[in-house]
Design a protein around this ligand. Sequence first.
Ligand SMILES: O=C(O)COP(=O)(O)O
Ligand SMILES: [Mg+2]
Length: 228
Amino acid sequence: MTSDTLSGWTIVFDLDGTLVDTAPDLHLALNHCLSEAGFETVPFESIRHMIGQGAKAMIEKGLAFQGAALEPAALEPLWQSFLQYYEANICERSAPFKDVTRSLGELEEMGATLAVCTNKTQHLAETLIEALGLTDRFAIICGADSVPEKKPSGDHILYTVDRARGIAEKAVMIGDSQTDERAARNAGLPFVYVTFGYGPSPDSWDDTAFRASSYSEVMSAIRSIAMA
Ligand SMILES: O=C(O)COP(=O)(O)O
Ligand SMILES: [Mg+2]
């Protein structure tokens, strides 16, 4: 591939489970807020299925895991406690997945613009990416609270592409969950599903969806999309 193969292309990445393995730190923060409020903690193996729709949804799933539920107002203090703990301990054990840093560099060399579209809050997403030294890689980081409707709304992705000064016709979404796949479909973007994240895997596949079990497969998928 020539060095400008991806010129004009915007590659949009989900954050948790796609760029960064955040499960260990999210697990500690979730258990902190649950136990502080007098609930049981949840085992690490269960956390993967609770990530992907934002922190509030994760806390609700942590409660449901033990047969509990709270009204929105009663959930608020747990959410605040989660946010406070997580912000202070956001990058204790979190790390980019294998080959992420190298692949981002290669995409940049090929002329692509890189962006993050995440259901994390804007502040937490920026804090994590900064802690990992990756801020300069991205034209834009677009958190759930910086758009009117978060993923699975396609608008979250389209807004991200627009703010990265890209165009939807030359954009790809990379993500680890059904939420990402639905958002990509709603936005009309090709989608690359990474199998090493937290899932759940998409419930529908068409010819615009690719499956990648490593960053080298992510790179191949992006190449075939751009060359189609
Ligand atoms: O924090 C979450 O639950 C989701 O974040 P993601 O959209 O980056 O996967
Ligand atoms: Mg994710």
